[in-house]
Design a protein around this ligand. Structure first.
Ligand code: ADP
Ligand code: ADP
Length: 225
């Protein structure tokens, strides 16, 4: 539901430059898969988009809004992490409600959002359990649910399937692709799995040492590597 524009985006950690000046335009509702060797800056780029890290130069636009200095909570972006990052002491329902409570939504506003997301993801039976009592695949769905209830314009995924076994991975991969069509959101999905990249991406972005090496459809990237 929003385009993303990065112009000469710079990110440093102390005096180490991780992203030296990145230009990329992501279209509204596009599904981007970001690939590249470990340490090339994929997670850093997601964290910068989410507003969990400040940028050191350039511009970042979401839709037509310049968000360089906008805090994470105000960005209309939700992120799903590899380790799910669920709060262990909270139930599934509480995990899903938390960000909405922080935003000041009332219990009456929050409940239907949780019901709707739970139905979409088939996690209604687990709403009152804690993460510890769930399987990996169920936790993954809860992490998705927690992102969906925020009703974001953009979803960021940092290797969200890498802790699942092969069979479940294929299933959740298809589900995420279906969800992206249903929700009509813009997706940026980091993976090192070539099958995920090929089957999910509208365009693949290949990164190396903080620099974009190649951008194209799966056919373009894998036929002309
Ligand atoms: P990727 O996700 O592609 O594996 P990262 O974005 O995690 O890469 O890391 C890119 C580079 O930035 C690596 O060299 C990593 O060591 C470094 N880095 C990541 N996070 C931090 C941090 N919080 N402080 C300092 N350096 C970091
Ligand atoms: P706190 O440390 O204040 O309890 P969190 O650790 O939940 O907050 O999150 C830190 C920041 O990251 C907050 O600004 C929050 O809005 C944001 N945040 C938390 N979860 C997500 C998510 N799934 N996607 C995007 N941003 C998030």
């Amino acid at each position: 539901m929003a385009s993303i524009t990065m112009r000469n985006l710079v990110k440093n950690y102390g005096n180490v430059t991780v992203i030296p000046g990145l230009d990329l335009e992501i279209a509204d509702e596009e599904f981007i898969v970001l690939v590249g060797p470990s340490g090339c800056g994929k997670s850093t780029l997601l964290r910068v988009l989410a507003g969990l890290e400040a940028i050191d130069g350039g511009d970042l636009m979401i839709g037509d809004r310049r968000v360089n200095e906008l805090p994470a909570a105000k960005r209309d972006i939700a992120m799903v992490f590899q380790d799910y990052a669920l709060y262990p002491h909270m139930t599934v329902r509480q995990n899903m409600a938390f960000a909405l409570e922080m935003r000041g939504l009332s219990a009456a506003e929050i409940a239907p959002r949780i019901e709707e997301a739970a139905k979409l993801l088939d996690i209604q039976p687990y709403l009152d359990r804690r993460p510890k009592a769930l399987s990996g695949g169920q936790r993954q769905r809860v992490a998705m649910g927690r992102a969906i209830v925020r009703d974001p314009q953009v979803f960021l995924f940092d290797e969200p399937l890498s802790n699942l076994d092969a069979k479940l991975r294929g299933q959740v991969r298809a589900e995420i692709k279906t969800l992206s069509k249903k929700l009509r959101t813009t997706m940026v999905f980091v993976t090192h799995d070539q099958i995920e990249a090929m089957t999910m991406a509208d365009r693949i972005v290949v990164m190396k040492a903080g620099i974009i090496q190649q951008v194209g459809t799966p056919e373009e990237v894998y036929e002309n590597p």
